[in-house]
Every structure is written in C-alpha cells, then in structure tokens.
Design a protein around this ligand. Structure first.
Ligand SMILES: NC(=O)C1=CN([C@@H]2O[C@H](COP(=O)(O)OP(=O)(O)OC[C@H]3O[C@@H](n4cnc5c(N)ncnc54)[C@H](O)[C@@H]3O)[C@@H](O)[C@H]2O)C=CC1
Ligand SMILES: O=C(O)[C@@H]1CCC=N1
Length: 267
C-alpha cells in the first residue's frame, strides 16, 4: 500500500483524513504534517495517525495532499521542495492555487493535480473536481481520483474551470447552509418553536436533494410541481423574485470566482 501525507490538517485536511480512515486506509499508511501543536495532538488522539514534520511526511510519501490555506502554500512548497523527487504526486486542495504555481516551486518530474473538494466529504457525499498539471500521467490522475473518491463523487475538468467550480461546489455548502439558516429563522418569525422549524427545514432539504438525485428531473420541473396556481408557493416565489434572490446568487458566485482568481495572485 502506498504512503499518503496530508499537509495541513484543519477542516478540509481532517475531512480527507477521516474519509480515508473510513474507507479502510490503515493509519500506518498515512502521515500528517500540521503546524499547530494542539491540533496535531488532537488528530493523533482521534485517529492514531502519526503527525510529523512536513519534510518527513513529504520524504516518506508517494502521494502528498496539500491542504493548507492558499496564502500558506508558497511556504509549505519552499519547505518540502528539496526532499521531493520525480515519481511523487502532489495533490493540492487549495482554492485558487494553480498547478503552474506549484510546478514552478518543485523539482521537474513531480506530478501535480489540482482538486476542488467540499465539506460534505465528511459524510462521504463530497463533490470534488480534479485537473491534471502539465507533467501528470493518467496513472497520477487516477491516483488523485481514487483519493477523492473515498469521500464522494469526482469529476475530471479542465483547469480553466476550477475558479468557477470553486464558486459553485467548493463554497456551495455555505450557500445551502445560509438558506437553511434563513428558513429556520423565518419559521421562528412565523411562530414555530426553533426545534420544529429546524426539523422541518433539514428534512425538506434532504428530501429535495434526494428527489433531485434519484429522479434526475430538472429542478424547474420539480419546482413547478410544488407551485399550485395562485397558491402559497407562487406567493412565496414572487417575493424571492422581487427581492432579486436569483440575481443575488449570480453576483455571489461571480464574487467567489473572482476571489479564487485573486488567491492565485497571493492576495
Ligand atoms: N473548508 C472548505 O470548505 C474548503 C477548503 N478548501 C481548501 O482547503 C485548504 C484548507 O482549508 P481549511 O481546511 O478550511 O483551512 P484550515 O485553516 O481549517 O486548515 C489549514 C490548516 O493548515 C495548517 N497549517 C498552516 N500552515 C501550515 C504549515 N506550514 N504546515 C503544516 N500545516 C500548516 C493550519 O494550522 C491549519 O490547521 C484551503 O486551501 C482551502 O482553499 C477547499 C475546498 C473547501
Ligand atoms: O472559502 C474558501 O476560500 C474555501 C474554498 C472553497 C470553500 N472554502
């Protein structure tokens, strides 16, 4: 079994780590590099995984997942570059960071794959989009695909689409949770106990998501099926249109895409 390192074990690094463990990966085939000592201890206690220096993790691994913030990526690459060797695979999960940025900082022959994951990977329902760098073989891409497939669905996409993907599925769970929060708050305004409102909204979300996936029916058709002529749903949807919610979603996702582009420039 090949050795995998995870450098940066915050929210997304732990999500990947826990998914690999759930998928049956033995912890002695995993190494973690994490800057914060308290966090390192937490992960050692929780998973029994060895937390070592970034250099040791990179040296001893075939595949190295880079899961630090985009702003920390340059430092981590500078730290490990001297121990990297051709044949190793770097899988970056950082928003905005291009494969060219990474390739410019590591020895030639080290393969790079860029991934945009999302947090539902924590419950094995992740959506990850992967793109190969310029020295990446089919075998390398398949390795990165298998890594992410342990926690959800994986799509192969051209790298030029990564900023848009980041805006849609990378940040996407936050928009959904924002809608959920807003609906729960509305339920409380309408006089429902908070726990009742929460149960109603969460199950409505899960049921609607399941309908989308299991029926394959277009969301417009599913929305129309709920919307009776001159009924309650039509009254609500008119308010959403008046308040330009559709336009707000477009503006929000354009802002996320633009921010992903800026992160590539290190800001
Ligand atoms: N949280 C999310 O929903 C998603 C995050 N990502 C990407 O994943 C990456 C990590 O994001 P989060 O996990 O949310 O951030 P986070 O801040 O929770 O985790 C980053 C971790 O890296 C550690 N770290 C920083 N510098 C380090 C170094 N030099 N060596 C070792 N560890 C170091 C930090 O101590 C921290 O634990 C980011 O690049 C982000 O763009 C991508 C998609 C979704
Ligand atoms: O907010 C962020 O920058 C990261 C990337 C996608 C989701 N979270």
């Amino acid at each position: 079994m090949s050795q995998t390192a995870i450098l940066g074990a915050g929210v997304m690094g732990e999500t990947l780590l826990s998914g690999l463990v759930r998928a049956g990966r033995r912890v002695d085939n995993l190494l973690v590099g994490e800057k914060r000592a308290d966090r390192a201890k937490e992960l050692e206690d929780r998973y029994g995984v060895a937390v070592v220096s970034n250099v040791e993790a990179a040296q001893k691994s075939d595949t190295i997942a880079l899961v630090v913030k985009p702003q920390d990526m340059g430092d981590v690459l500078d730290e490990i570059a001297s121990v990297l060797r051709p044949g190793q695979l770097l899988v970056s999960l950082a928003a905005g960071i291009t494969t060219a940025f990474i390739e410019a900082r590591v020895p030639e022959g080290v393969a790079v794959v860029r991934v945009m994951p999302n947090t539902p990977a924590l419950v094995d329902e992740g959506m990850a989009a992967i793109s190969p760098g310029s020295h990446c073989s089919e075998e390398d891409l398949a390795e990165a695909e298998a890594l992410m497939a342990s926690v959800g669905k994986v799509l192969r996409i051209p790298e030029r689409q990564q900023d848009a993907v980041t805006a849609i599925s990378g940040s996407g769970p936050a928009y959904i949770f924002f809608v959920v929060e807003s609906m729960i708050e509305a339920g409380v305004h309408l006089g429902l106990p908070r726990s009742t409102a929460t149960d109603l909204v969460v199950q409505t979300l899960v049921g609607s998501a399941k309908m989308l996936r299991e029926t394959g029916t277009h969301p417009t058709v599913l929305r129309e099926q709920v919307t009776s002529p001159a009924g309650t749903t039509a009254a609500a949807l008119r308010e959403l249109e008046i308040h330009r919610v559709r336009a707000a979603f477009l503006a929000a996702m354009e802002a996320a895409r633009d921010r992903s582009r800026e992160l590539a420039e290190g800001s």
